[in-house]
Write a protein that binds this ligand. Sequence first.
Ligand code: AMP
Ligand code: MG
Length: 335
Amino acid sequence: MGGVVLGIESTAHTLSFGMVDLDGNVSDSYSNLFRPKEGGIHPREAADHHCSQVSNLLNEVTKSEMFKENDVEAIAFSQGPGLGPCLRVGASVARTLSKSWNIPLIGVNHCIAHIEIGRNQTGCIDPVLLYVSGGNTQVIAKSRDKYRVMGETLDIGIGNMLDKFARNQGLPFPGGPKIEELAIEFTKVADYQNKLIDLPYGVQGMDMGFSGMLTAAQRRVLAGDSLESVSWSLQEHAFASCIEVAERAMAHTGKTELLLGGGVACNSRIRKMAEIMCEERGATAYWPEKKFCIDNGTMIAELGRLLHNVGFKTSLEDSSINPMLRTDHTKVIWD
Ligand code: AMP
Ligand code: MG
């Protein structure tokens, strides 16, 4: 029998389990997404959802071939950042499994897990990461023993911005994919490139901001511009802001790989912009499959595996969640 690390993700709307074997081969993730009936994600409701789904998902995982054919060597869980009540569900399940199966517990940094699953899946080595998700928007690059935040959103995450815009237009959560569809519709209009609606741009130094463009976009819909045209213009402004900061980070650090991660990295337009920018500077853009861009348990297992390989364990005393954990709080002690 070989060995696997089991990973548990529960930072926000997604409860997910996944496995990675000790050579780095990954399983699919076993996930369930909390979809609020109205409004944004209420942390307590999302946590209740996760509690109600734990045993179903664990059942599925334990029936999988990979689980049956391997020993579970360690349990990894998202220790932060995220919503406290949601994080607590994953941490409690992880502590319980670690105790009852008598295997090490490994608390991991969710943001860094997005990087490591991207490296695992794409083969890039030392990328600048453009991490664009619901709650997080960061440009990250490794220097010495830390993944450093070169720039980040000063207000809301880019995914939350897209979800809010969609919700205000009566579209269901998650709104990002629906906005992408509307934007693609607009690209079928003749001469669409010359019909960009001017919105506040989101770059401030190396940081970004999305609430100004959100408000302006909502006003343009109220003023009578089509939802398709505003969706396209909103994507152009938001994604260009991220790509500009990512490009500057590449110029500063001299790195020649760009890795996209986070749910918004599922979007075909941000991928295209990343590709164009990289091509123009002789660099390469990478992104994992969509199932590994969104939050998933497999990425937690992958970072758990890297830590397990170097003998890292989290003691029960140190296993408290940390909703405010920062990307640059975690020492990179693995290769
Ligand atoms: P995460 O927080 O990483 O799980 O990502 C969830 C976020 O990704 C939500 O805000 C979604 O609206 C967003 N998202 C998912 N697919 C797309 C897409 N195709 N285009 C834009 N945003 C997306
Ligand atoms: Mg995430």
